[in-house]
Design a protein around this ligand. Sequence first.
Ligand code: ADP
Ligand code: MG
Length: 457
Amino acid sequence: MEWRPFLQAIHSKLTDQAFETWFRPLRFQRSVQEGVLRIAAPNDVVRDWILSKYAEPLRQSLNESHLGSLRIEWQIASNNSMPSEVAEPEPLPRESDRVQLHSAESALPEVGLSDVSRLNAKYTFNDFVVASCNRLAHAAALAVADSPGQTYNPLYLYGGVGLGKTHLIQAVGHAIASANPTLRIAYLSLERFMNELISAIRFGYDKTNAFRERYRSIDVLLIDDVQFIAGKERTQEEFFHTFNALYDRQKQIVLTSDCPPRDIPEIEERLHSRFEWGLIADIEPPDLETKVVIIKRKAEAHRVNLPDDVALILARHAKHNIRELEGSLIRLLAMSSLRGLPLSKSLAEESFRGVTNEPISNEVSISKIQHLVARHYKIDVENMKARSNVRHVLIPRQVAMYLCKRLAKKSYPEIAKHFGGKHHTTVIHSVEKIEKEMNANGELAGTINRLIEAVNT
Ligand code: ADP
Ligand code: MG
């Protein structure tokens, strides 16, 4: 039996995401004699979700591929329950940003008491420079940290890339954790929430319930980059219930996003409105003076004294955001220490030569990144993809994964695939680890900046 036309018919009616999540794991078998189409789902969650949400596209697709007269019988696939002549759905010739499902490993981390392990130690209120561009957001974050669940709930912070949203939301986490060590705090990106949810669903009701219980029993939920919820129906559904459970018990929720709630596309109205229940505060790009203050503070953190005129040059060059500003400082510090030159205006000018500060295009390929990183660390690309976790391949692998996420803008599962089929949580872990380490380790940050330039040329 050729299933491709049927699968293509379904795929054409759904988002890639929905197709990959719900229909890809199914197995089909047709019995002509009995007039039956057996569909095996990996567990009852998948079956129930399809029946409640996708019954109509399923029915239409069967009709379009002349299978409409068959009676459908659902089965839950235990390991080997489908007979051997079952047709595997053939892979569709389409590269999409798909969510890969795994059955071998659980991807559920524990949320501990005051779990601050995922917070970057530098993202505190103390290290945050307050100026007119972020004054409201900062004040609101402080208020929430002072009395979680009592003032603004949810607090919704939004602003462009690299303007300090992650810094502020993590500062809330740090402050609450140190004032109330027994509260359960969860900080994670929406993307991570989604990946955990999908892994849980994959394992059936027990894991899905465990996922629910875990997130509905915490005291403070900090979700970064909630705009990724756009178009993710099941994640919206789950997040909605998590939100309600926490809100009803006056637990604090903080969300960040790159746009106001109303501008998140493809999101259910009930979530839109909930995001607006508390306080919405935006962060604007800093003006020149603020950039100078921030860059001088960052230099202090690296224990260097940055002359005002040099700070001004860096601030003028950082057109887009503060992350870029920090990048240029680190490049300058690396140049100065490598060549033993003082931090002068001319060195600063030179450090910008040949560097574009434009955001990098999507064209960067994963394999280019892998090759450049392997060459830099003097190892084989193949070693990078192998299973070994010895340090001299582990670090390059993590750096390469980080660069793939940042520059190639691929999804975690997609990156995992290009590293010898590792689990996508390995990629998440690597990216988070490198992000964290770059702040503490100037040498690593310098290496990464040079690699970014190399990837870009
Ligand atoms: P976003 O999450 O909005 O993309 P981040 O919070 O990751 O941005 O900020 C990017 C970098 O800029 C971080 O290293 C952060 O510490 C720094 N940063 C942003 N705003 C400020 C600020 N007001 N004071 C100090 N550092 C800042
Ligand atoms: Mg962020």
